[in-house]
Design a protein around this ligand. Structure first.
Ligand code: TPP
Ligand code: MG
Length: 607
């Protein structure tokens, strides 16, 4: 539809963004962005402008939005520092394959190339992060370029950058529909499928393996139940990548959880003895630590054949959607009789879970993180949204946070930037206003972005913010435990009164020092957020290290499995020095934990 009128190019651009179903946009003004700011005011009934207090927060929120909803997230920054501040959030989106549009201010075209105030050549800076990166060259092309950018961001599941010389936005251009959005955009993409021969080949490899495992990633999508069925039918334990959390039911006893550091004991142990790994819809960046530690056959099933061999050379690759692969294997396979290996893996898993349950339920004074997670689980609604910051909360949420496919859960997975929790929660509340939303951050991570607590206040976003204050960069402290260095370095952080900081911003808050105060604090958080206000709990916890399963090492030699503690463990001698595995487990209150070899022996696994 076209008419005779005109419209500012910046308004035409925003209408394109609206036509793609976007209803909010994060950013911060600057002189070089005023043409778009003026359009935002004109379009405010259709597109909500969310004024964050640092462009990085806006870009991270846009990334989290895309990860939580699958729809494009939008953030902006003005020329110069506004542009550079966006980068961390954009890299987060790139690494986790989130479609994000970044609008970037540029000085007026008439001033470009005169070394004008705040001018720099922005395009090269964004070249690495972006799948689409353009400087708008005429006012008339502004809506066109933005439309194209959104389409490219979706197509490549990445970051599209549009750099806008400020003067172009003011120019009147013909008032037309500038969008390429079409009803057929909603049509599902045809997915690659495995052939019968491919499925049979994998079944043959499974039949020849003694200790097969499936490493499943978020590619499994809604196929978690079918995968459980396959795991039972073929007696293959499941190990999950971090982003698959919640997609495969936690209660299933053949779900061993996560590998590497943010891990479960059984998952690391079983990975350490596997002779066949079938990676399904998984992108696992710790290949050097886990995949390359011992020889096994490697099968990779992926929707994108460009991912084959990304982390490990293949013995066999199948270009297929994850769930349809699982369904085809179910169709073409015979039920396998119970195997000692699977039985041992399950027993190992249940032993570890008993330990986690004990740790959650025991008295906790001084206050420890497990008790905090127990309270989170107590008050969490079945469809709650969780934004988890980088640090020990990654490990602890893997281990202690109860999630089902009804929940939403977001982390900065591959880029792993601190300061993700708060922006992710802001995005969560905006996109899922009816749901309960949590931000769980360490004291270091929260203080990187805490100015934006005021954004929760300003827009009345009832987020439950939980700060786990241990006055340490504990995640890094644990790494330093295992390096031969002179004690620790640079990891102590000052205690600060986050509750008082929150109150100063008009956000209700409470400090918790011991387990007796926990329940009332969490009840208060529920009351405040139900009344539409954000709330902050500053939980003053100890800086204890959770049991580091990643230091367990497996070796099979002459039909014997030996499990040892890595020689690097406690290389700086700041922890107890265990001599044996039982001593090691006991030093983390895990007297009941047994090494994998015990379960192999009980189940009669022949090596
Ligand atoms: C922007 C950024 N800087 C540094 C790091 C490295 N890093 C990862 S976790 C971590 C410590 C996190 O400390 P805190 O938020 O207090 O959580 P804790 O581990 O103590 O629970 C650091 C410094 C990072 N991931 N991101
Ligand atoms: Mg900390």
């Amino acid at each position: 539809m076209s008419n005779q009128g005109t419209v500012p190019a910046s308004v035409a651009m925003l209408r394109v963004i609206e036509s793609w179903g976007v209803d909010h946009i994060f950013g911060y003004p600057g002189g070089s962005f005023n043409s778009t700011m003026s359009a935002l005011e004109l379009e405010k009934d259709r597109l909500q402008y969310i004024q964050i207090r640092h462009e990085q927060v806006g870009a991270l929120a846009a990334s989290a939005d895309a990860k939580l909803t699958g729809k494009i997230g939008v953030a902006f920054g003005s020329a110069g520092p506004g542009a550079t501040n966006l980068l961390t959030g954009l890299y987060d989106a790139r690494e986790d394959h989130a479609p994000v549009l970044a609008l970037v201010g540029q000085v007026p075209s008439t001033n470009m190339n005169y070394n004008y105030f705040q001018e720099f050549t922005e395009e090269p800076m964004f070249a690495d992060v972006a799948v689409y990166n353009r400087v708008v060259m005429t006012p008339e092309s502004l809506p066109y370029v933005v439309d194209k950018a959104i389409r490219e961001a979706y197509k490549h599941q990445g970051v599209a950058v549009v750099i806008i010389p400020n003067d172009f936005g003011y120019v009147q251009i013909p008032d037309e529909d500038y969008t390429s959005v079409s009803p057929t955009d909603a049509k599902t993409r045809p997915l690659p499928d495995a052939t019968d021969e491919e499925v049979d080949h994998v079944l043959e490899m499974i039949a020849q393996a003694k200790r097969p495992v499936i490493h499943v990633g978020r590619g499994i999508g809604a196929g978690g139940e079918q995968l459980v069925e396959l795991s039972k039918k073929l007696q293959i334990p499941l190990i999950l990548t971090g982003l698959a959390k919640g997609l495969v039911p936690d209660e299933y006893e053949g779900n061993l959880g996560y590998a590497n550091r943010a891990a479960m004991k059984a998952a690391d142990e079983i990975f350490g003895v596997a002779d066949l790994v079938i990676a399904i819809g998984a992108d696992f960046p710790f290949a050097n630590l886990i995949y390359r530690t011992h020889p096994f056959k490697f099968v990779q099933v992926d929707i994108d054949e460009g991912q084959f061999g990304r982390h490990h050379f293949l013995d066999y690759g199948i270009w297929s959607d994850a769930t349809s692969f699982v369904e085809r294997v179910l169709d073409r396979s015979q039920k396998v009789a119970p195997t000692p290996f699977f039985k041992a893996a399950v027993a190992d898993n249940l032993n570890w879970r008993e330990y986690l349950t004990k740790m959650s339920n025991r008295a906790s004074d001084p206050l420890e993180f497990e008790a905090v997670y127990k309270e989170i689980n107590r008050i969490a609604e079945p469809d709650a949204v969780f934004s988890i910051d980088v640090g020990d909360n990654i490990i602890n949420s893997f281990r202690y946070l109860n999630l089902t496919p009804k929940n939403k859960w977001t982390i900065s997975a591959l880029f792993a930037t601190m300061g993700y929790g708060l922006p992710g929660a802001i995005a969560g509340k905006l996109s899922f206003p009816e749901r309960q939303v949590f931000n769980i951050s360490g004291d270091g991570a929260f203080s990187m972005v805490m100015q934006d607590l005021i954004t929760e206040k300003k827009y009345k976003l009832p987020v439950i913010n939980i700060i786990t204050s241990n006055t340490t960069l504990n995640f890094i402290k644990s790494e330093q435990d295992d390096i031969n260095m002179v004690r620790h370095s640079g990891i102590d952080i000052e205690d600060q009164d986050f509750a008082m900081i929150a109150r100063a911003m008009g956000v209700e808050s409470v400090t918790v020092h011991n387990s007796g105060e926990l329940r009332a604090a969490f009840d208060q958080a529920v009351t405040a957020t139900k009344a539409g206000q954000p709330f902050l709990i500053d939980a003053k916890i100890t800086a204890k290290r959770g049991l580091p399963v990643e230091v367990l090492q497996m070796k099979i030699e002459d039909g014997q499995l030996t499990e040892t503690i890595s020689a690097d463990y406690n290389a700086n001698h700041t922890l107890d020095q265990p001599q044996t595995l039982p001593e090691f487990f006991a030093s983390y209150d895990g007297e009941e934990l047994k090494p994998l070899a015990d379960f192999f022996a009980d189940a009669g696994v022949e090596l």
